[in-house]
Design a protein around this ligand. Structure first.
Ligand code: C2E
Ligand code: MG
Ligand code: MG
Ligand code: MG
Length: 286
């Protein structure tokens, strides 16, 4: 029977699986190597407050500077890291690096809050509070300088335990934002219970809202919903002036997107913030 099976498709499938497993093993080894050899890097994307036209916060977004393959975006290794549990190591690195950078900016008299993306799996890591505490002590940061971005789908994977962890983080003083809002099927009953302070409308509704009436209606309703619940509302994926104007007219609190700036390396961000270039875009509205 076994030999019969070995002539069937199973073997092909097994071989493919094996190759896949080997690939994953080497990806895992490479990721470990990346953490140990400083190949991971954080870029920072500014968020503009639409009322004051100022930038008081940036989002940390990870990149992998691979010595042979160049810059690898997070979508190509974060899901893998999440599925293997290696995300815990990456998140610990991200937290430390983001707080180190914020501390360095503070020493340069550049006062910026920072937002950090947290995975569903991180929420189940019992060491997460301790990792934050140690990093905050090391870099003299307090929780009110830190926003945690957690995707709506991460919360909805296991709403009951997410709620517990979120309550805990909230008590520690972190601001919490629901990332990619509108894509994760939250029930409003849960939304009401979550100790979050911000909704971040997913870019899939924003990018084309100027041409797509449905998107525009969704965005407008989400802003109203957020405000009625006492939440701050931010839009990601703003790519042009018209979208910026429309969001401001709808009462959206903040925006983020390529029109303002792509995610930048820390030193590039510093120069960019000093240049008046982005302020011209903002002042266009005054
Ligand atoms: P996200 O947190 O929702 O981040 C928004 C993504 O949209 C970022 O992609 C950003 O570069 C991109 N983006 C920003 N403005 C625009 C725009 O105007 N137009 C378009 N088309 N895209 C825009 P990125 O950096 O490739 O990150 C992708 C995702 O990877 C993030 O989505 C987040 O879920 C995850 N990620 C990034 N860094 C980390 C991290 O440090 N830890 C974890 N756990 N996840 C991360
Ligand atoms: Mg985010
Ligand atoms: Mg998002
Ligand atoms: Mg996303």
């Amino acid at each position: 029977y076994a030999s019969k099976r070995s002539n069937s498709g199973y073997v092909v499938y097994d071989t493919a699986l094996e190759a896949h497993a080997k690939q994953n093993l080497s990806l895992m080894a490479e990721l470990r190597h990346a953490v140990e050899h400083q190949e991971l890097k954080l870029f920072y994307q500014p968020k503009v407050d639409l009322r004051s036209n100022t930038i008081a916060e940036v989002e940390a977004l990870i990149r992998w500077q691979h010595p042979k393959r160049g810059i690898i975006p997070p979508d190509q290794f974060i899901p893998f890291a999440e599925s293997t549990g290696f995300i815990a190591t990456i998140t610990e690195w991200v937290i430390n690096e983001a707080l180190r950078q914020r501390h360095q900016w503070e020493q340069m008299r550049l006062s910026l809050s920072i937002s950090i993306n947290i995975s569903a799996r991180d929420l189940l890591n019992p060491r997460l509070p301790q990792i934050f505490e140690q990093a905050m002590q090391r870099y003299q940061a307090s929780a009110d300088w830190i926003t945690l971005e957690i995707t709506e789908s991460a919360i909805m994977t296991d709403p009951q335990s997410a709620l517990e962890v979120l309550n805990h983080l909230h008590q520690s003083g972190f601001r919490m934002s629901i990332d990619d809002f509108g894509t994760g099927y939250s029930s409003l009953a849960y939304l009401k219970k979550l100790p979050v302070s911000e909704l971040k409308i997913d870019k899939s509704f924003i990018t084309d809202m100027e041409n797509n009436h449905d998107d525009e209606v969704i965005v407008r309703s989400t802003i109203d919903l957020g405000h009625n619940m006492g939440l701050h509302v931010i839009a990601e994926g703003v790519e042009n002036q018209a979208t910026w104007d429309a969001l401001r007219d709808m009462g959206c609190d903040s925006i983020q997107g390529y029109f303002v700036s792509r995610p930048l390396a820390a030193d590039v961000l510093e120069t960019w913030l000093q240049s008046s270039h982005w302020k011209f875009k903002a002042q266009h509205h005054d």
